[in-house]
Design a protein around this ligand. Structure first.
Ligand code: GDP
Length: 430
């Protein structure tokens, strides 16, 4: 499909399109299409369907024409070339969405979400992107900025009429309101970190003592013989990475060497790597051989895993091993050599990463996150100034800055370079 947007779009299409019913493109109404063919002088190039959207009721807010042809590189290029000859210009990356933003059809955060919708690689990521694309983040940002503006006008009134509003009475109320904003923004920032995990996949590291069944678990999850499985302890030496879908979750799995003190040089490199991957992991799948149960070594490593999301895979239950008993982490009882535990894993993941079903929009990229954090920093400054009896105009100054950062999320008062930067990551045609 070839798309043209702008005030000359219909007139240019008119020069190359002949409708079967002889309708002129420039006379077509919006949301209608016509069957016909594309011609170059007297030559008929392809049969096509041409659809017209009239400003402002189009994606870009401008007159838009979409030509659906038979496709193929040569043919599509021919039609494109013809249109360029008649005065069209090639779109830049993300130009359609950029125009949509510049023409006020989408806020900047909604425009950015278009790319996230396209790039979503799972249901959870798509859900988050759609929340933002539908404008929920914009609405939330507007609510918070309106709240700040309300506080600012109260402050202005207060500063003018200090005698009428005794500061010691009002400060606590104001400070509670500002604190409310701070908590809301902090929650959104946290949500972003979770959203990022869902979007990029949950970086997962498989740990456990040698022979606990890590490689078998990896193979079971990946559904193929990706790691070497043997009954000789310590055979998994390299870190192998694989992406696996479990329900709505995408796990980016690293299978690592079994963790234990070792004399073996090659294996100890694997163990070092395992501990290093722990630093960047979002989730630890800790495999325990249920026959030997939890050993002091396991407990030691699990203590090192505190602060991470951990799921214990209580493995080899087909061998009727020990009962897990009381453990501080969620436990999935499984047998890596059988296939029926995936549903249990999905349930356990929902417990650890419950954000999937949430309808709470969050910021969706680093640009938005940076602005949110900057705004929240200013809010925190305002709170401490207010609580330490600082000057009111300084409190107001911090709040104004916070409001400015928040409105930048939706593209208000931002520079051309920032806008260009946002759209440069789009592909041509979007
Ligand atoms: P790793 O050293 O932790 O990677 O352990 P492996 O995946 O190599 O498994 C060690 C041995 O345990 C292999 O012989 C596996 O076939 C066996 N094993 C792994 N999981 C299970 C299980 O759930 N049930 C049974 N019966 N054997 C298993």
């Amino acid at each position: 499909m070839i798309r043209m947007s702008g005030e000359d779009a219909l007139a240019i299409a008119e020069q190359v399109f002949v409708a079967a019913n002889h309708t002129k493109v420039t006379e077509m109404r919006g949301y209608t299409c016509a069957y016909g063919y594309i011609r170059n002088a007297d030559e008929r190039i392809d049969d096509v369907v041409l659809t017209v959207f009239r400003a402002p009721h189009s994606y870009t807010g401008e007159d838009t024409v979409e030509i659906t042809c038979h496709g193929g590189i040569y043919l599509t290029n021919e039609i494109l070339h013809l249109l360029l000859m008649k005065g069209a210009v090639p779109a830049e990356p993300g130009e359609f969405t950029k125009r949509s933003f510049l023409n006020g059809k989408l806020s900047l955060s909604q425009a950015e979400a278009v790319m996230d919708v396209i790039e979503a690689d799972g249901r959870a990521a798509l859900h988050q992107a759609n929340l933002v694309k539908d404008g929920r983040l914009s609405r939330q940002m507007r609510e918070v900025t309106d709240q700040i503006v309300g506080i600012l006008s109260a402050l202005a009134y207060w500063m003018d009429d200090a005698e009428e509003f005794p500061p010691e009475l009002e400060a606590s109320g104001l400070s509670a309101q500002i604190r409310g904003i701070y908590e809301k923004l902090s929650e959104m920032a946290e949500h972003y970190q979770d959203g990022k995990i869902l979007k990029n996949g949950i970086r997962t590291v498989l740990l456990g003592r040698p022979n606990a069944g890590k490689s078998s678990v990896m193979n079971w999850l990946c559904g193929e013989n990706r790691s070497i499985v043997t009954d000789i302890p310590g055979t998994t030496r390299d870190v192998i990475t694989e992406s696996v879908k479990i329900g709505p979750y995408l796990l980016v799995l690293s299978d690592t060497a079994g963790i234990r003190e070792t004399e073996n040089k090659i294996e100890s490199i694997g163990i070092e790597q395992a501990m290093r991957t722990l630093d960047t992991a979002d989730l630890v799948l800790y495999v325990v051989d249920s026959v030997s149960g939890l050993t002091p070594e396991d407990e030691q490593v699990l203590t090192a895993c505190r602060g991470h999301h951990v799921l214990i895979l209580w493995n080899k239950i087909d061998l009727c091993g020990n009962d897990p008993g009381e453990i501080d982490f969620p436990v999935v009882q499984c047998a890596a050599i059988s296939e029926d535990s995936l549903a249990k894993m999905e349930d356990a993941l929902r417990e650890v990463f419950p954000v999937v079903s949430g309808n709470q929009p969050s910021v969706i990229n680093e640009r938005q996150f940076r602005l949110l954090s900057q705004a929240n920093f200013r809010i925190r400054e305002a709170i401490s100034l207010l609580e330490s009896g600082g000057e009111l105009d300084m409190v107001a100054g911090e709040l104004e800055q916070a409001a400015r950062f928040l409105s930048e999320i939706d593209g208000k008062d931002i520079s051309r370079e920032t806008i260009d930067g946002v759209f440069s990551r789009f592909c041509v045609g979007k």
